[in-house]
Write a protein that binds this ligand. Structure first.
Ligand code: FE2
Length: 128
């Protein structure tokens, strides 16, 4: 199961999801989590090669199971009736989740490239 997911430094590897969130958050207050792929090194976005989706999970401290916070599907990758890369319409792999939580925890993200598989990253969320 472990080999299904790859990870690395997002500044050096274009597939790794980049998580942007506040350093500290207040208990039960809305906070924004932005996730993107290719922030430092752009990932291709073509009919043949693109990021298909991103999922965001939150694992509160001391709990066993994560919660799915949100999922975004990126569906337009240039295809049209004229063929591959002919529409000029491309969904960019970026999403925003707005989360409220009473507990600190870990934000875990999974992204999917249609030819390079599943990539993960995580970030700590401090709630006070
Ligand atoms: Fe890829």
């Amino acid at each position: 199961m472990k080999d299904l997911f790859q990870s690395a430094d997002w500044k050096k590897e274009k597939h790794v999801p980049v998580i942007e969130l506040p350093e500290k958050a207040k208990k039960d207050e809305s906070l924004r989590i932005t996730v993107s792929v290719g922030k430092e090194i752009p990932h291709p976005n073509t009919t043949e090669h693109h990021i298909g989706w991103i999922e965001v999970y939150f694992l509160p401290e001391g709990e066993k199971f994560p919660y799915l916070i949100g999922r975004s599907e990126f569906s337009a990758h240039g295809a049209s009736v004229q063929g591959a890369n002919s529409s000029s319409v491309y969904t960019e792999p970026e999403m925003v989740c707005t989360l409220k939580t009473g507990k600190s925890g870990t934000v875990n993200v999974v992204s999917y490239c249609n030819i390079h598989g599943l990539w993960t990253s995580s970030a700590e969320l401090k709630v006070e």
